[in-house]
Design a protein around this ligand. Sequence first.
Ligand code: FE2
Ligand code: FE2
Length: 364
Amino acid sequence: MGETSTHGDVRTSRRAFVVGGLGAAAGVAAGGLAGAVSVADAANGDLSSGDAAILRFLSALEILETDLWQQYNELGGIQDREVPGGSGNPAYTAALAVLDSDMAQYIHDNTEDEHSHFTFLNAYLRAHGAQGVNLDRFRTLPSSKATGAQQIGRLTNLMELTVDTSWWTRYRSGHGNPDLGDTFPQAVPDLAKGKFPAIPRSDADLAPKKHLQAIANTAGFHFAFIEQGGTSLYPSLAQRVQDPEALRVLLSIGPTETMHFQTWQDKAGNAPPLTDPTNGLTFPDLNAPPFGGQIFQTNLIMPEPTAFLSRKFPAVSIIRPTHTQGAAMGAARALTADGLFRGQSADFFATLHHLARQADAAGS
Ligand SMILES: [Fe+2]
Ligand SMILES: [Fe+2]
C-alpha cells in the first residue's frame, strides 16, 4: 500500500520532535518545541495531531468500555478495592458461572484492564501536552435497578443490546476475511436481530431460570463481541501512528484486548442451548446441525488460518479485520449498532463521531 512509505518519512521527521522525551514534554511545549509546533498542533503538545487524535479516540473507547465493564462487574464480577462499586447480584453471578466458574474473576480483571487503558492513555496524552478525554457530561443513562447495581449515571446501555455474533464464524472460517469483502453467519441469529438485556434490568429479571440464563448467555457473547472489536481496532489504527513510542503504546495495549477476546470466546462456547420463555430468544446448540462443523464447533477457539491481503497468498492465522481506512468510524458504528448507546444524546454522538473522524484523518 502506498501509504506505508509515506509513514516511513513522517516517522523520521517525528523523531526530531520527541528529542526531549517524556520528561521534557511534561513541561508542555516549552521553548524551542513550541516554536516547532504549528498553530494547528498546539493543542497536541509534542505529539503530531494525528497521533494525538488516534490516542484520544482510543481513550474515548476505553472510557466507554470501562463504563460497560463496570456495570457487568457490579452485578456479576468481584467488587473490591481494585474495582469498587456495586455489591453483586448472586443469582446473575450464578447464571454467569454456568459458562465458567471463574467468570466473576475474569469480569473483574477485564474491568480493571479497561480502566487502566484509558487512565494510561489520558496520562500519556497530558504528559505530552495534549488534551485527554473526559466523557463525564454524557453519564446520563440509567443504571440497572437490580440488586447489586450502583444508582449512578452511565455512558452505556446494556439493557437493549443487538449483539453481532458473526465474530464467532469469522474466526473459524478458513477462507473468508472481512477485509476482502466476505461476510459471516451469526452464531446466535436471534441476538443480532432483537433488543436484549445482558444484565438484569431489575430483580424481576431474575426469574424464570431460563430467562436469567438467557441474559447471562447474552452477556457471554457480548463480552467477546466487545473484545474482538479492540483486537481489530488497535492494529488497524497502529498502521497510521507516526511516533515510535506512540506506536509502542498501541502495540502494547492492543494484544491485551486479544487476550480478553480469546478467553471470552472460549466461555461463550459454554453458554447452554436454550430458549428464553419470556421472549423466544434462542441460543442454538452450536455443535449440532444445522450448526456444527468447523465454522460453529465450540472448541475451535484458535483463529483458523485464512486469506490475508490477497487470495494469492497461503492461508495464515491472523487478526481480522485490520484494514486501516475508516477504522475508527467503523468501531464507533459497530458499537452504536450494538445498542450500547441507546438513549444517548445527539451531543454524545457528535462528540464520538468527531473523535473518530479526527482519528481516521490521521496519517493520511
Ligand atoms: Fe481496553
Ligand atoms: Fe477491551
